[in-house]
Design a protein around this ligand. Sequence first.
Ligand SMILES: *[C@@H]1O[C@H](CO)[C@@H](O)[C@H](O)[C@H]1NC(C)=O
Ligand SMILES: *[C@@H]1O[C@H](CO)[C@@H](O)[C@H](O)[C@H]1NC(C)=O
Length: 151
Amino acid sequence: MNQSIFFVTLAYFLALTLTVNGMPQARQNGATIEVTPVGNLVRTQHRVSGELYIFNQTLLILDNFTFDGLGAGVYINIATKGNNRRQYIQNREIVNYPSLEDNTPIERSYQKERLIISLPQGVQAKDIKWLSIWCEIFGVSFGEVTFPNEV
Ligand SMILES: *[C@@H]1O[C@H](CO)[C@@H](O)[C@H](O)[C@H]1NC(C)=O
Ligand SMILES: *[C@@H]1O[C@H](CO)[C@@H](O)[C@H](O)[C@H]1NC(C)=O
């Protein structure tokens, strides 16, 4: 299956039908499926906020993502290695967004939007230790979440 076309279809589909309540559940085509909450973005600047969920081992949902858009070279970064924040930063890698084939930087403003994040080949949600909205130009995190050990 062509992954890029599939991804676009899925994003559209989810945007129309998926609702995440206070409870870790998402609605997909009338059926209720479980999502696993990871946490809220913290240590934020540039009005960044959002709540991260694991949809499944290859898809993350960053819900209610907000950003003032004032920043350049901003990308979603993850770390699968390291034991503390300094090491996560050292080991960080860019996750292409909006799709695995398209790594357009996050450079516009967002107001409570839902980002559907496809994980790179070989990375599973359970391997991720840290996710950041990372500004490559200034080398700073605009907001980040550390994954709890049990997810
Ligand atoms: C997103 O924000 C809306 C409005 O503030 C809130 O009702 C909703 O619960 C939030 N979504 C999540 C997943 O927390
Ligand atoms: C995650 O969900 C997407 C969309 O339903 C699906 O295409 C993908 O195969 C799922 N990944 C896993 C590991 O189940």
